[in-house]
Design a binder for this molecule. Structure first.
Ligand SMILES: [Zn+2]
Length: 131
């Protein structure tokens, strides 16, 4: 597969987020995990969205509605605005981003500052503050 990665990295998908989504490689930084989760939304890969979510805040009961919603929108792009910590040597990190999507024919955006922590050594998404 040679298509460019939906996360906007300009790398091919199989050299970028696919490695993390298919568990060939762990995300080194919380930004890598963030990008892979955006891509999982574009692919409606709810299994991965659950797996990459901290077990204490994982929305397992909302699984179906997340799937339905992700299928109903058309993802337009990811813009990373800011990161704090979240490097290979950190245990906590933040990523502020804008994710653009079309929903019911209208351009929408999710502007969020997400909190990431490590669970069993791996970066996972904990929660987000919305703007
Ligand atoms: Zn990517």
């Amino acid at each position: 597969m040679n298509k460019s990665c939906p996360c906007g990295s300009r790398q091919s998908y199989d050299q970028c987020c696919e490695l993390i989504i298919s568990a060939k490689k762990d995300a080194t930084t919380c930004l890598e995990l963030m990008r892979s989760r955006y891509v999982a939304f574009t692919l409606t890969n709810v299994d991965y969205l659950m797996l990459s979510h901290h077990s204490e805040t994982r929305p397992a009961k909302e699984r179906k509605s997340i799937q339905k919603w992700a299928e109903s929108v058309h993802w337009m792009g990811l813009v990373i605005l800011n990161t704090q910590s979240g490097e290979a040597s950190d245990d906590i990190g933040f990523v502020e981003f804008r994710a653009l999507y079309m929903e019911a024919g209208k351009m929408q955006e999710r502007h969020e500052k997400s909190l990431f922590k490590r669970e069993n050594q791996k970066w996972v998404y904990v929660s987000g503050e919305h703007f």
